[in-house]
Design a protein around this ligand. Sequence first.
Ligand SMILES: [Zn+2]
Length: 448
Amino acid sequence: MQFLGGVREIGGNKILIEDGPDRILFDFGPSFSPRYEQYFVEFLKPRSTSPVQDLLEFDLLPRISGLYGKEVLAGADLPWVPPEIHGLFVSHAHADHAGYLGLVDPAIPVYVGAGTKDLLETIQRSSPTIRYGEHAWRSVPDRQPVRVGNLEVVPFPVDHSVPFAYGYLVRTSAGTLVYTGDFRHHGPRAPATRAFLAAAAQEEPIGLIIEGTRAGPDPRRDLSEEGVRTGVDRILEHHRDLALACTYPRDLDRLRTLAGAAGAAGRSLVVSTRTAALLAAIGAKYPELALPAVGATGGALVYARKKRRFYTWEEPFLAGALSAEEVRERGREYLLALDLLHFPELIDLRPPQGSPFIHSMSEPFSEDDVDDKVLHNWLDHFGLGFHQMHASGHASGAELGTIVRELAPRTVYPVHTEHPEAFASFGANVTEPELGVRYPLARGPRAG
Ligand SMILES: [Zn+2]
């Protein structure tokens, strides 16, 4: 077993499990860690003609053979060989877990939750720079084992801030490993997470590879999804003008929560064409998610930004779309979802002083976060009221401790965290993974 990413960083998980001749990989996304940002920033990206070469230059990708596609290896000092990885399991559709799929050899089967492929496709269609590539896609069956050679992988749906997220049990020749992916149990799919953890405990795992986003010091406020709803209800009750909110683009639960709160206050949620495209595509195919209907009052109406040209994928959403003037004139009828990226719209929208801006995303990690400063400068300029209302996609530090004790694995491997050392206090045998080091599948005595 090797950790090729997600080591002392939040995101970028790349976990290789080897058992005899069988080799499978869990997640494959970029690290948005300081290490990456030393070399690449928004305006300075790896070249699309030689992405692997450019990322290997700074050790930002694992140097393993039989993983990358022939084309993306152009220029790299790593020769193409036929696939030596027999399956890539993606836990969920967030960029830091799936964002490097486009680099993976198209012949390697990619296993994802039903719906994740639809999410990725929709995202790709509406984002010219995102390319996940062609793959032999396999949609994983809920709680049914998938065989890869002698390995047995059992996918379990879990609750996270994007739907179709999975945790995995991996039955190896040495015993069962548990990989949590990203998860929480304070959102709408909390029972799924509990079922996964109960099944994991039953297996008496030899290893628990667990995300630790919120392990260690975490001063950020956090609510449950229901708590967000109550908070937004209260804000909308007290304001009679245009209300604004920003969310993560793939947090469909949050969009449903905001649309529900808007509806209860006699408003409609208003979203960008990109969000509308996502809601329409996923809502039509997965009615169980009960996503707000696009174009319907009480559902999600569409906001048409001033643009010189619209893309083909936007066209279905433009008929009946609201202009800045319409939203400004009838502000009390709307809750407008507005990304930081589109803040110049505020110049046309001119919300009355004191109008609420609901920040429905996590608080910044650091105090000198540039985006956060810019956001507050704009809010101050327009005199908008800031309201923090967020339910994290991740289990809290205390919850992580409970899980570690309940699963009682022989070894805990914290990933996707800046504080692996925080797991030591949970009374388990913790191995803080080192990048690229090989670990035997079973280590240490069984915990009591
Ligand atoms: Zn995630």
